[in-house]
Design a binder for this molecule. Structure first.
Ligand code: AHG
Length: 392
């Protein structure tokens, strides 16, 4: 670069021009965001190819670019996964924009069922479910989808091209928190189908979590964040509403140690096994336990997991004896536990059902439930020990 040239990161460029990033690039006649933009003192733009390893550099990185950079680690990649992840990010933006208006739906509706446009007002979880399906089912990247909202999986309809991936998702985790202006989330899991072709079958969805190709979640909180892994670390992106893009804000997340928090619904303590009760006492610092941890529980798995991922801690939702028909707790293996377990392990943590690694559980049904202990590796191993000592 000439000594007279000034170099701008995209963020600086945005400030300089008072425009959004894409607008700036368009103004400059540069559409390829894989390049660094520099301006010389006469204001003439020029592009410079970035170095090979684009991850973790000082420039603003959009999620699109990050996913593309990850694809380059796999020379055999066709781009289908890259595009699928980007489709999910787009769905996240759409859902995020709707969540901020959730409380308005009834006010704006004429009867509570119908909005001002005369359209049916849809519950947020159905809306999130439909948004993800509509943004992913026609692209030729998927062979099928399964949603926590629907009893059956959905093969990609005949009118659309088929792909090699399966998408399983919880469209709106924590939906009972929606009415109280509390954080909610979306969780997704991506597997490769196990057959080359033909209509997808149930057994292809019933894969253990260790087969996951990618997993992530979108947290709709004070800001919207997307966190994902493809098995190459865990990366977090914050939605900049002024730009409409997820920007890399948390590269290579590792669960900090020592743990600060434990997250559990203590209201059910009397319904837990002795091992789980003993574990809770251990976390509270009783009888040879750790220095007491701080208790934080939102009741939205995504939010509780996210906080513990960033600050250090353990979340658990144990088996309990409240309902003999649901002896394994509340959380779903395929839509919640397995994808978050993949993220936890990639961030240096662990996830268990109290007896075995979550990622090794062979699912037997689509909506199977599992006890879940997830987060700080040492603390998850501790519950396995106490369950072994007291419950087995
Ligand atoms: P829902 O989506 O029906 O609100 O369920 C949320 C899940 C999960 O996100 C959370 O960790 C757990 O249920 C909370 O359940 P409890 O209310 O029983 O604690």
């Amino acid at each position: 670069m000439s000594p007279h040239a000034e170099e701008f990161s995209l963020g600086q460029l945005e400030l300089q021009a008072g425009k959004n990033i894409k607008g700036c690039l368009a103004l400059l006649g540069l559409s390829d965001n894989r390049n660094r933009v520099t301006l010389n003192i006469d204001g003439e733009p020029k592009e410079e190819a970035m170095a090979d390893n684009l991850i973790n550099h000082p420039y603003i990185i959009t999620i699109e670019r990050h996913i593309l950079d990850e694809q380059r680690i796999h020379p055999e990649a066709t781009g289908a996964l890259t595009n699928l992840l980007y489709d999910i990010a787009v769905a996240g933006k759409v859902i995020a924009s709707k969540t901020t208006r959730a409380g308005l739906a009834e006010i704006l509706g004429l009867t509570g069922d119908t909005n001002v446009q005369g359209e049916q007002v849809m519950k947020l979880d159905s809306f999130a479910d439909m948004t993800i399906r509509r943004l992913t089912d026609h692209t030729g990247r998927l062979a099928g989808l399964a949603s926590e909202e629907n009893a059956e999986f959905m093969p990609i309809p005949d009118r659309y091209p088929k792909g090699k991936y399966l998408l399983l998702y919880d469209p709106l985790d924590g939906s009972s928190n929606v009415d109280f202006n509390m954080p909610i989330g979306t969780i997704f899991a991506i597997y490769k189908r196990t057959r080359e072709d033909g209509t997808v079958t149930l057994d292809e969805f019933l894969q253990p979590g260790r087969n996951l190709v990618a997993a992530g979640y979108i947290a709709y909180g004070t800001s919207t964040m997307l966190v994902y892994t493809t098995g190459n670390g865990v990366h977090g992106f914050t939605l900049d509403p002024s730009v409409g893009e997820f920007l890399l804000s948390h590269p290579d997340i590792r669960i900090p140690s020592p743990a600060k928090y434990f997250s559990v619904n203590l209201g059910y303590v009397l319904h837990w096994s002795r091992g789980v009760q003993r574990y809770t006492e251990y976390l509270q610092g009783r009888e040879g336990g750790v220095t007491a941890l701080s208790l934080r529980y939102i009741g939205t798995l995504v939010s509780d997991f996210h906080r513990n991922l960033l600050a250090g801690g353990v979340f658990y939702y144990p088996a309990d004896n409240r309902d003999p028909k649901a002896p394994s707790g509340k959380l779903r293996l395929l839509y919640e536990a397995a994808p978050l377990a993949f993220i936890a392990e990639q961030a240096g943590g662990w996830a268990s059902d109290g007896r075995q690694r979550i990622l090794d559980i062979q699912p037997e049904s689509l909506h199977q439930r599992t006890p879940l202990y997830i987060g700080d590796m040492e603390l998850v191993k501790k519950v396995e020990e106490l369950i072994r000592d007291h419950d087995m």
